[in-house]
Design a protein around this ligand. Structure first.
Ligand code: AMP
Ligand code: ZN
Length: 494
């Protein structure tokens, strides 16, 4: 274990707290994963990239981290009461589990492009119906839930009276919750109080996702899966619970109530919430159409960007803001991120060309060490990636000055250069999860494609249709599409 002073902002206490894991050397982290009924958007990606950096940093510090991130494939209802999965199935004409499979794979592919590490366990809600039923039983046994017409509701009023805990995370009082509930509006009249929420729902006839239970053939409430699966894989109490800050209420508030109601203990020691990704100043969200998909951003095929940006540029852009601040995605900000990312990578590459002829500690060596220590201190301060990046750019300036001769090479020792190299490798690659993108190869592919497009054009001009068609069909087989426009032909992966 490395010696560290990690502090984390805990949304529950609303202050930064020293990180002390429940079991020495181990850290348990649960993060709410996606509801896999459509493609993830970049807002979702921001949250998962932020937790990827947290996972990487805890691992760097020496913790054995168990990172659990679930897949929601049942129970997350729309306002009209339809399950998101069934809706996805209806729209795509698929079985709900086909929908879950399709979008889970898509989600994994995107996160892999962003170089995020897979979690240690990725449990699915539908694979844990038994655990969820057990939890409902425990909550009922403890008197914090009631049964109505085959559904089971969590009794928020009784829970609040007995424990005084309801509303602490989101800072709401129960009276305020009277009109605010995202739960199935159809069944409002079955509840004792509007802020009560379903932990088990009886399925009506058209509801296709259904399981037997002691109360009815039905399905679990959305919030229950995270309580049941975090308890199963991390224990009744674990270190970190994360998600986007839009999940604080009702999802996380209700999760806490369920865990306390079933196990009489607060599930997580630290609640960590990421802030929202905006686009052109507004929250990125599917419902009001203000989204851009990762692929649109990579290819540039969107009205919101002037060109495509590579996954690592986008990842770097994400890290340039602190996870608790909003981050506004604009074309200008992405262009700036692209420049910054390239400068960083070029500085790293040019480190290999720096050679010192001595090994006597220098003033510059100690300045470099101070800057590096500062970057780690920034990460210890609630994972402050933008400040750590600013320090790396101080190092970039030093490297460029050494390269260009403004600082004499004798002012750094051989150890100083090695320290720089290893700090870059640890911070940029290991902790930030950035990697070098092979721009030389990209350039070659582009060059070859231009050549092929020209050859096709010559064939067409000469009316050599067999050759022109062969080129087009061959490219199609490689999933490459050629588009003929006014200003010539362009290509893209289809
Ligand atoms: P969902 O699939 O909607 O449950 O969202 C999956 C995760 O993405 C949750 O942790 C959300 O809080 C998070 N999320 C959704 N929209 C955004 C956004 N615009 N910025 C950051 N995180 C988001
Ligand atoms: Zn959750």
């Amino acid at each position: 274990m490395k010696n560290h002073n990690l502090t984390i902002y805990n949304s529950l206490s609303r202050q930064k707290e020293k990180f002390e894991s429940l079991h020495e050397g181990f850290a348990g982290m649960y993060v709410c994963g996606p509801t896999v009924y459509n493609d993830v958007h970049l807002g979702n990606c921001r949250t998962f990239i932020s937790f990827d950096v947290i996972y990487r940093y805890l691992t760097y510090l020496g913790y054995t981290v168990r990172y659990v991130r679930n897949i929601t494939d049942v129970g997350h209802l729309l306002d009209d009461g339809e399950d998101r999965m069934s809706k996805g199935a209806r729209l795509d004409n698929l079985e709900p589990m086909e929908v879950a499979q399709k979008y889970t794979l898509g989600f994994h592919q995107i996160l892999q492009l962003f170089n995020t590490l897979p979690p240690s366990i990725e449990p699915r809600a539908t694979g844990h119906i038994i655990e969820q039923i057990e939890m409902v039983k425990n909550i009922l046994d403890n008197g914090y839930a009631y049964i109505m017409n085959g559904s089971v509701y969590f009794d928020t009023v009784k829970f609040a009276e007995v424990t005084g805990e309801y509303g602490k995370l989101s800072g709401r009082i129960i009276e305020e919750l009277l009109s605010e509930t995202r739960d199935n509006l159809k069944n409002q009249d079955e509840k004792h109080h509007p802020s009560d929420f379903a932990i088990w729902m009886k399925a009506n006839e058209e509801h296709i996702m259904r399981w037997p239970s002691p109360w009815s053939v039905g399905f679990p409430g959305w919030h229950l899966e995270c309580s049941a699966m975090s308890t199963k894989y991390l224990g009744k109490q674990f270190d970190i619970h994360g998600g986007g800050n839009d999940l604080k209420f009702p999802h996380h508030e209700n999760e806490i109530a369920q865990n306390l109601g079933a196990c009489n203990i607060h599930p997580a020691k630290y609640w960590v919430h990421t802030n929202m990704l905006l686009m052109n100043g507004r929250k990125m969200s599917k419902s009001d159409g203000n989204t851009i998909s990762p692929y649109e951003l990579f290819t540039g095929e969107s009205v919101h960007v002037s060109k495509g940006y590579s996954p690592m540029v986008v990842r770097f852009f994400m890290l340039q803001s602190h996870y608790r601040s909003t981050n506004d995605l604009t074309d200008d900000a992405l262009q700036a991120a692209e420049k910054g990312y390239k400068r960083l990578m070029e500085a790293y590459k040019s480190l290999s060309d720096l050679l010192s002829d001595h090994n006597n500690p220098t003033e510059l060596d100690s300045r470099i060490s101070d800057i590096i220590n500062g970057a780690y201190a920034d990460m210890d301060d609630d994972f402050n990636t933008p400040r750590a990046i600013a320090r790396l750019f101080e190092l970039v300036t030093i490297i460029n000055s050494l390269k260009e001769g403004q600082i004499r090479i004798s002012e750094i020792s051989d150890t100083g250069i090695k320290t720089l190299k290893s700090a870059f490798e640890t911070i940029i690659f290991e902790i930030f999860g950035l990697k070098e993108e092979n721009s030389t190869n990209d350039g070659v592919v582009d060059g070859l494609m231009q050549l092929i497009i020209e050859l096709r054009q010559i064939a067409r001009t000469n009316k050599e249709w067999t050759t022109a068609d062969k080129i087009r069909d061959g490219l199609n087989e490689l999933q490459i599409q050629i588009k003929d426009g006014k200003d010539g032909s362009s290509w893209s992966f289809s």
